[in-house]
Design a protein around this ligand. Structure first.
Ligand SMILES: [Zn+2]
Length: 288
């Protein structure tokens, strides 16, 4: 059993799904989305998860319109996941062009389909953070972001080469280095502007940063440490993907991955008696 400090009044769990559909064909991708929804449904957390849709590279509106509307109709919070790294977007103009396109295309799709979806949450590809991305996020009207990964540093960039999606690491000079080692696990979400996203003591700003506790899937040591280090409220943020449920070679949903995912959510529910919430419920829960 994890040690739950007596000062902790509430423990929240935010399941966030990055909508990169890089594995398998259309029907296998659809199956993985459905399998993930089924796990959430079985656990009673349907309508309490957040999906960051990657429209730039994976064209949900064309490839998976029913799945996208299904997520909205089951009450999930819908955000946007832009891989700006994939497109080597560095300048304000280029980043704006890409982020504006994905958000306005999705907004148009929801409007045509008569769904009210505010699109206020954003996550960058490879959880990359920089002032240009955050400036554009603010200018487009996003209000919460989720990229910082406490106590970690990493190098990454996702690219498509010869029809294959690959994630570059520190061995490749094109990868982008991020350093969040000075951010402690268990830190509460904080408000910031485009320049000061690492200032975890900041209580003002246009963006609420919701740090990622664990990725991919549930890493029990990190979740436990985050809860033990939290003050009066703990926020466990899981970053997962439909492809985490797929067999990377065949593309089919893997029974083993499915059971692992299911059990990891049950563990969080039982071990911490956590309340599952969407990102858009955070401002009302967060004690300032
Ligand atoms: Zn991604």
């Amino acid at each position: 059993m994890a040690h739950i400090p007596s000062r902790l009044r509430e423990i929240f769990c935010l399941v966030t799904v990055d909508g990169d559909l890089r594995v398998g064909d259309r029907s296998q991708q659809k199956a993985s989305i459905e399998a993930m929804c089924e796990v959430h449904n079985d656990l009673g957390i349907q309508g309490k998860t957040t999906w960051f849709i990657n429209e730039i590279d994976f064209h949900w509106m064309v490839e998976h319109p029913e799945s996208l509307l299904g997520l909205v109709d089951s009450g999930e919070c819908i955000g946007v996941h832009d891989h700006l790294d994939t497109h080597f977007a560095d300048t304000y103009a280029h980043v704006f062009e890409l982020m504006h396109a994905s958000r306005s295309h999705l907004a148009g799709f929801f409007l045509i389909n008569k769904r009210e979806v505010p699109l206020l949450s954003h996550r960058n590809g490879c959880a990359i953070q920089n002032a240009v991305y955050y400036k554009v996020a603010i200018d487009l009207g996003y209000t919460w972001v989720s990229d910082v990964r406490p106590e970690l540093s990493w190098s990454a960039r996702m690219i498509k080469e010869n029809g294959q999606w690959i994630c570059l690491n520190e061995d490749d000079p094109r990868s982008i280095f991020n350093d969040n080692r000075c951010v402690p696990l268990g830190i509460r979400p904080w408000y910031h502007n485009s320049q000061n996203w690492m200032d975890t003591s900041s209580r003002q700003g246009s963006l609420l940063q919701v740090p990622i506790t664990t990725m991919p899937g549930v890493i029990t040591e990190r979740v436990t440490a985050a809860v033990e280090n939290s003050n009066d409220q703990a926020f466990i943020v899981i970053d997962t993907h439909p492809y985490d449920l797929q067999d990377l070679h065949s593309g089919d949903v893997s029974k083993e991955n499915l059971v692992t995912y299911q059990q990891s959510l049950v563990w969080i529910k039982d071990e911490f008696d956590a309340q599952f919430i969407c990102v858009d419920q955070l401002p009302e829960k967060l004690l300032i």
